[in-house]
Design a protein around this ligand. Structure first.
Ligand code: PLP
Length: 360
């Protein structure tokens, strides 16, 4: 058996060179004479690792100096609630743009904590487009506006940062962070679970503008307070040290690829190849409006659901893993994050072409 091309939506493929380096350092990391998993997070060796990972991430995303970078836990899901606890105000609403399953979930988690307003939604369109900015019903006094930059399940992505005026824009970038350059200064806060483009699960990266931290209420538990985490270098308690270490290796890998401009160029080619083939195939179909198609998660259907199980069985045998679509959408989904190379997409397209010729 050998490693296959892994199209998993998350936890997702990691760069092979990163896994090999982790393997070679598993028993003894640096001069520690122990695994990186076996040393104190408060020792100077791990502190240096943590600082270097933060610096590399800041370099990659060109994070302005008035933003804090936090390495936290709880998955993006905890932050759906945590961001509302920190930034909502009893006398203010919080505006949500609903573009798919993850923004729906963000709404559900925030609702017990604040006055959620749905300022725009593509539910009626079955989440196949981003509602045009001109149609958004934003409250200029809202505490924040929340978007999900890339809907991992529906395959819908914002390709420009929407202008929401002076209200802080908060975005879940779990499945698109590091896939191409973004202008961090347009956001009040961005956050991302690690297990798509950063590293193993268990880690969440939060990048937050410093002035917003002044809003974090003293009345909530410290462990949920972003300002407390920022003041304590993300080490209020024991952080997920191995995930942090692996994220650091992924950041080095991303830099070695040429940074986000170079990765963005490869990702542009990958999605062009796959959508181009799907659209011209007369067999497969992707329902998302072209301007809103995700570069990272590509859902597609076959002409008949009865072919799904055959497609999955044969693709797996061909070394193409985890193509089953999410139950909310059906069909297939190819997640083509940074660690999935262009050759992997080419192998998928070759398989799809062959499958269509045999089943069309
Ligand atoms: C995967 C994902 C999540 C959930 O992450 P957890 O770590 O399971 O909490 C949230 N938002 C988006 C956009 C995702 O892709």
């Amino acid at each position: 058996m050998s490693r296959a091309f892994n199209f998993s939506a998350g936890p997702a493929a990691l760069p092979e060179s990163v896994l090999l380096q982790a393997q070679s350092e598993m028993l003894e990391w640096g001069k520690a004479r122990a695994s990186v998993m076996e040393i104190s997070h408060r020792g100077k060796d791990f502190e240096a690792l943590a600082a270097e990972a933060e610096k590399d991430l800041r370099d990659l995303l060109d994070v302005p100096s008035n933003y804090k970078v936090l390495f936290l836990q709880g998955g993006a899901t905890l932050h759906f609630a945590q961001l509302a606890m920190n930034f909502a105000r009893p006398d203010q609403t919080a505006d949500y743009i609903v573009t798919g399953a993850w923004s729906e979930k963000a709404v559900k988690e925030a609702k017990p904590l604040t006055q959620v307003r749905i300022a725009a939604s593509d539910e009626a369109g079955k989440f196949t487009a981003i509602p045009p900015r001109a149609s958004w019903d934003l409250d200029p006094n809202a505490a924040y506006v929340h978007i999900v930059a890339n809907e991992t399940i529906h395959g819908v992505e914002f390709h420009t940062v929407p202008d929401v005026g002076a209200v802080p824009l908060i975005s879940d970038l779990s499945s698109t962070i590091l896939s191409q350059p973004i202008d961090v200064s347009r956001f009040g806060m961005i956050y991302a679970g690690a297990q798509k483009n950063i590293g193993p699960s268990g880690l969440v990266v939060v990048i937050v503008r410093e002035d917003l931290l002044e809003r974090c209420p003293k009345s909530i538990p410290k462990i949920l307070n972003y300002a407390e985490h920022a003041a304590n270098g993300s080490m209020l308690n024991t952080p997920p040290t191995f995930s942090w270490y692996l994220a650091g290796l992924v950041f080095k890998w991303a830099k070695a690829q040429g940074g986000l401009k170079a990765l963005g160029e490869i990702n542009r080619q990958k999605q062009e190849l796959l959508y181009g083939y799907i659209d011209g195939s007369g067999f497969y179909r992707n329902p998302v409006e072209i301007s809103a198609r995700s570069w990272m998660n590509v859902p597609f259907t076959l002409p008949s659901e009865s072919l799904d199980s055959v497609f999955l069985k044969e693709s797996e045998a061909a070394g193409l893993l985890a193509l089953k679509g999410h139950r909310a959408v059906g069909g297939m989904r190819a997640s083509i994050y940074n660690a999935l190379p262009l050759q992997g997409v080419q192998a998928l397209v070759d398989f799809m072409r062959d499958f269509a010729s045999r089943n069309g």
